[in-house]
Design a protein. Structure first.
Length: 297
């Protein structure tokens, strides 16, 4: 599970804005399909094995684009130390995601991941020196209330998968924060180093729990990388065709797809508290996003 950072122009919508919205919706669908495939496969194969085969397939797909851009663009990056930190965070995020969805419904896991922008807003004053006023602090507090409602703390619900989900969403938020400090790095370089980090983890972890995959499963494992790359292409193109304020809110359709796929494929019925907490998180996240857009203008 890897969701994108909302970026783009704040200018008036272009004539291609509708295409931008369509690409964002397609990207979110592809990310959701990637999550379903991942949840299905980690029930049989270890997280390390899934990441290893997925990362190799993604690099094969990405290789022609990297060759065209020039390999030097991957090596000569700004702030190499922070790049390594971001790569470690992105690897931890996807490891925690697959570890969580192995034992919990997709919609539950996605609810915690959608809280990442709230964590980013809370961490920005500490890590980026950004000023946060009382309105956004109120939305941040409401978002944390949503997380607590969705988590429904008790001896039964506060399980290791829930801890994995919370840790993964925090790692994703920290990855987004570091991304704000690496705005000058090309998207291809950021994505490539994320894949390299996951590949390195897979090389270390996969041999310990290796299960020889059948041909259909091997193709599905490879498809994970291809679908993920397609999702990134759609989202990046979307943000070039339309303003972020137009397309970014459609990222929350991830939760809708998680509910639909979770029910249709795995028979998961969303808990009422998860639905209520998810609604609070989405509302708080949207408020924070549009408030930031307003302040920039």
């Amino acid at each position: 599970m890897t969701t994108p950072i909302a970026r783009g122009s704040d200018a008036a919508p272009s004539p291609t804005a509708l295409m931008g919205v369509a690409l964002m919706l397609l990207g979110m669908f592809l990310f959701s399909a990637n999550d379903v495939l991942g949840k299905w496969l980690v029930s049989t194969y270890s997280v390390g094995q899934v990441l290893l085969i997925r990362s190799v397939a993604a690099l094969v797909v990405l290789a022609p684009f990297l060759w065209r851009a020039g390999l030097a663009s991957l090596v000569r990056v700004e702030r190499p130390g922070l790049q390594v930190v971001r790569m470690a965070l992105s690897t931890a995020e996807v490891v925690f995601f697959y570890s969580a969805v192995r034992h919990m419904p997709l919609a539950d896991a996605m609810t915690y991941w959608l809280a990442a922008p709230i964590y980013v807003a809370a961490l920005s004053p500490l890590l980026l020196g950004e000023r946060v006023r009382w309105r956004r602090w109120s939305a941040i507090a409401a978002g944390f209330v949503g997380v607590v409602v969705a988590l429904e703390p008790s001896s039964a619900t506060l399980s290791m998968p829930a801890v994995y989900a919370l840790a993964g969403s925090l790692a994703f938020a920290l990855m987004m924060v570091t991304g704000r400090s690496l705005r000058g790095t090309p998207d291809a370089a950021l994505v490539s180093w994320q894949i390299v980090g996951a590949l390195a983890f897979g090389l270390v972890a996969a041999p310990a729990g290796w299960v020889p995959p059948s041909t259909p499963d091997f193709l599905l494992l490879a498809l994970l990388g291809v679908v993920s790359m397609g999702a990134h292409v759609c989202v990046n193109r979307s943000l070039k065709l339309a303003p972020a304020a137009t397309v970014a809110p459609f990222q929350y359709t991830l939760l809708l797809w998680a509910i639909v796929f979770g029910w249709a494929v795995f028979g998961d019925i969303p808990r009422p508290t998860m639905m209520a907490g998810g609604a609070i998180i989405v509302a708080a996240g949207l408020y924070i996003f549009f408030r930031e857009q307003k302040l920039r203008r």
